[in-house]
Design a protein around this ligand. Structure first.
Ligand code: S3P
Length: 161
């Protein structure tokens, strides 16, 4: 399994879909699966049941997904913070999409469906997460000011080498 991690706005879903196409394998977005499973948006999940509930569902869904072998999986930006998920990631190829803070925000700032963007301390979240992403990554890709297809091609060649 090729797993994409990184902060909100890193391009995990956009790039992940292209990588899956290039490899000829299915693309899975864990956030989409979570919303389908729960029958509500992540935003409503946060509003109605709170973040801990979302994290519990996320852990359950990601645990199941990591059982599949031939796919590209994009994880939500907070998934790798969960120790149980991190422990499972060691047996997969983990691609960390690095994005400078300003660019991440520029890409997602107006998205009302990302509840954590409405909270204070997004910068702090970014700073504390970076070392965690770094620690589980097997491949690191700089996405700054690059096109998704260019990033995807770099990932595929890194996977092949
Ligand atoms: C989250 C990121 C979101 C989504 C949820 C929580 C986070 O996914 O899982 O809103 O904690 O960073 P994206 O990284 O795809 O925006």
């Amino acid at each position: 399994m090729v797993v994409l991690i990184g902060f909100m706005g890193a391009g995990k879903s956009t790039v992940g879909r292209i990588v899956a196409d290039l490899l000829g394998v299915p693309f899975i977005d864990s956030d989409v699966l979570i919303e389908q499973r729960e029958g509500m948006s992540i935003r409503s999940m946060f509003d109605t049941y709170g973040e801990p509930h979302f994290r519990a569902v996320e852990r359950a869904v990601v645990t199941e997904l990591l059982g599949d072998d031939r796919a590209v999986l994009a994880l939500g930006g907070g998934a790798a913070l969960d120790p149980a998920i991190r422990a499972m990631l060691v047996s997969h190829t983990v691609v960390y999409l690095q994005v400078p803070y300003r660019q991440a925000l520029d890409r997602v700032r107006d998205d009302r469906y990302r509840p954590l963007l409405r909270t204070a301390g997004v910068r702090e979240l970014y700073d504390t997460r970076l070392p965690v992403y770094e620690s589980v990554a097997t491949i690191r890709i700089d996405t700054g000011r690059r096109r998704p297809d260019d990033i995807a091609r770099e990932i595929v060649s890194a996977l092949e080498s």
